[in-house]
Design a protein. Structure first.
Length: 320
């Protein structure tokens, strides 16, 4: 395991690389105290931590990334998964998920913090909610933001649920656009419902002549229709493919990118470092079935015939 905390479980994570693909890597991760006893309690007690590395394996932990939440704020219960981007003025923006005490943690919103140096963060007043024209109001999390140079706007992709169709198959990737990272327009999903209950932790990466959209799902998220055609109830990271950032993105294969075919991991991320791409996820279960809660080692990520393939035969000794 590349990153482990004795005092806390570590799970979903994202990166920022201020120096480009060969610079120091900043890791932002969810954590909760192991003293809670039950790993399932971590979700309602999650905070965002910060660590740095030069090789994706040796990490220096910097502790909590954000100051304590303000009572009555959209994240005064817990902070969940997000991403970090640098705006056109050079300021870093962390878009992440917040749940509040007011709704007993049942409603998810996309919120923001900003920083000039990735080290000191200030919460902004941005708060983006699901649009009920297309989406259920409760599930709205795990934002992934990128700049679309061709369209001249920012795009955000979120884990969401359609407001129609069979309940078990309403998982979609929600879509928003913005000219300035402040004013967001919610748009229809870029991935249609029907296969899974949820598509968590999205990330778009280049994949040969097209685009890949990573997401994760658990073994209980598969629809009966999906299982009836022979798909395995895998738990891990899978991928959708598309030709344009505005979608559509489609599921082309039933077998997961990283599920039963690899280590017990979840919420995989891709990162370019040292001239190539790597795949990391958080370690879920050990060989005895006990919960781990730590960041995995990096595994080589390849593009074969315009599709992603993770090489689980080895992890890199040094990613330089």
């Amino acid at each position: 395991m590349a990153f482990f905390r004795e005092d806390a479980w570590v799970w979903d994570f994202w990166f920022a690389v201020p120096g480009g693909p060969v610079g120091e890597i900043h890791l932002f991760y969810l954590f909760a105290p192991r003293s809670l006893g039950d790993p399932e309690l971590r979700h309602q007690n999650a905070r965002i931590g910060h660590a740095v590395s030069s090789d994706l394996r040796s990490w220096r932990d910097l502790g909590a990334a954000l100051p304590p939440a303000v009572a009555g704020g959209p994240d005064d219960r817990a902070s969940w998964t997000g991403c970090v981007v640098r705006d056109h003025d050079g300021r870093w923006r962390m878009f992440h998920t917040g749940i509040s005490e007011a709704e007993d943690g049942t409603v998810q919103r996309v919120i923001e913090a900003t920083s000039g140096d990735l080290m000191t963060w200030e919460r902004s007043d941005l708060c983006v909610e699901a649009d009920e024209r297309w989406y259920e109001p409760q599930d709205w999390r795990d934002p992934w933001v990128l700049w679309d140079a061709e369209a001249g706007l920012w795009r955000m992709y979120v884990c969401a649920r359609s407001n129609h169709g069979p309940l078990q198959g309403r998982g979609v990737i929600g879509h928003l656009t913005s000219p300035d990272l402040r004013s967001w327009t919610v748009r229809p999903p870029v991935a249609a419902p029907g296969e899974l209950r949820q598509l968590e932790v999205p990330q778009i990466v280049p994949c040969g002549s097209r685009l890949a959209l990573l997401f994760c799902a658990s073994d209980v998220d598969h629809t009966p229709e999906r299982l009836s055609r022979g798909a395995r109830p895998e738990y891990g990271t899978h991928v959708l493919y598309g030709d344009r950032l505005e979608g559509p993105f489609v599921l082309e294969a039933d077998d997961f990118l990283s599920g039963d075919n690899g280590p017990s991991m979840y919420a995989g991320r891709a990162i370019e470092h040292g001239g190539r791409w790597w795949f990391l996820a958080w370690s879920r279960l050990d060989d005895s079935g006990a919960f781990v809660g730590a960041l995995s080692d990096p595994f080589p990520l390849h593009v074969v015939d315009d599709s992603l393939v993770v090489d689980f035969s080895h992890s890199a000794d040094l990613c330089t």
